[in-house]
Design a protein around this ligand. Structure first.
Ligand SMILES: NC(=O)c1ccc[n+]([C@@H]2O[C@H](COP(=O)([O-])OP(=O)(O)OC[C@H]3O[C@@H](n4cnc5c(N)ncnc54)[C@H](OP(=O)(O)O)[C@@H]3O)[C@@H](O)[C@H]2O)c1
Length: 270
């Protein structure tokens, strides 16, 4: 897995006028305490590393399936175990946070595309209920239950900015290739859950922003088998994707809640 600390991507596409990164630099919000779920992953780990570079006084809470395997970090105040497939573990992790440990940013960097048993489907003939349900559990149900646990733990007036890693291939309107049925549909479901959270929280006037974030194709274990056909200038280092997503999260406003943004800060349709 590429865990480069360079923030250089082979090619950095120009920022367009539609990007929220063109918003005034003074409108950015610096986080004080950030919870990263999936801190062991390619993008999750880079996100933690980039955060401490950008915000040297940050307090980090890292959630991982096996915290003992996390690389040591001077800024990490807490490391907690969780498993997306076990709701009790999500509740336990979140409920163990004391009131002074509650985060103001949450970055959910978990996700699943393939393993030794299951590869993305090229045709409907490969559809398999176990594969579909696994993707749905890991990419949609798990993150939603984590958000549920967090929202139940924070006071109603607590300000929170939640970024959940989604994927552009989960966009129904942008789907021109088909295939990858389990992954695509699970990310589409995640996008709907994000929208639903945002609508309900807005109705309750809670100062919580929930967005779906697209890192772009990033050199991690998740994308490793599929990088051969990606042009080098389109394959990001984890550090680049993470740094860009921090820029995006810092520019988010309440009215952006429920939306999807890519690593350049551009909205995309679900
Ligand atoms: N890489 C890309 O090109 C790309 C493109 C678009 C979107 N994304 C999205 O970005 C996110 C992160 O991807 P990545 O590339 O960083 O992948 P990665 O390196 O494979 O990381 C996946 C993370 O998910 C965690 N995870 C998996 N199953 C879990 C479970 N049951 N409970 C708790 N954590 C679990 C992994 O934990 P362990 O270390 O314990 O396995 C790891 O921290 C995913 O949602 C992916 O869909 C990635």
């Amino acid at each position: 897995m590429n865990r480069s600390t360079s923030t250089q991507s082979p090619a950095t596409p120009p920022q367009t006028a539609r990007s929220i990164l063109t918003r005034s630099a003074t409108s950015t919000t610096a986080p004080r305490r950030v919870l990263v779920a999936g801190a062991s992953g390619g993008i999750g780990q880079a996100f933690c590393q980039q955060l401490v570079v950008r915000y040297p006084n940050i307090e980090l809470i890292r959630l991982a399936r096996t915290p003992a395997h996390l690389e040591p970090m001077a800024h990490s105040v807490l490391e907690l175990a969780f498993d997306l497939l076990d709701e009790a573990s999500l509740q336990q992790a979140v409920q163990s946070l004391k009131s002074e440990q509650l985060p103001d940013w949450v970055f959910i960097a978990t996700g699943w595309l393939h393993d030794e048993q299951q590869q993305p489907e090229k045709t409907f003939r490969s559809l398999d209920p176990a594969h579909l349900l696994r993707a749905y559990q890991l990419n949609a149900v798990g993150p939603a239950l984590l958000v549920k646990a967090l929202l139940s733990q924070i006071p109603k007036a607590h300000t929170l900015n939640i970024g959940v890693l989604s994927a552009r291939v989960g966009s129904i309107s942008d789907n021109r290739l088909g295939g990858w049925h389990s992954y695509r549909t699970s990310k589409a479901a995640l996008n709907m859950l994000i929208k639903n959270f945002a609508l309900e929280l807005a109705r309750q006037k809670r100062p919580v922003i929930v967005t779906g974030l697209q890192p772009g194709t990033t050199a991690t274990a998740l994308s490793a088998p599929f990088q051969r056909n990606v042009r080098p200038e389109h394959l990001h280092t984890p550090a680049y994707s993470a740094a860009q997503l921090i820029n995006v999260m810092a520019q988010l406003r309440q009215e952006d809640s429920g939306e999807l943004f890519d690593f350049l800060g551009e909205r995309f349709a679900p």
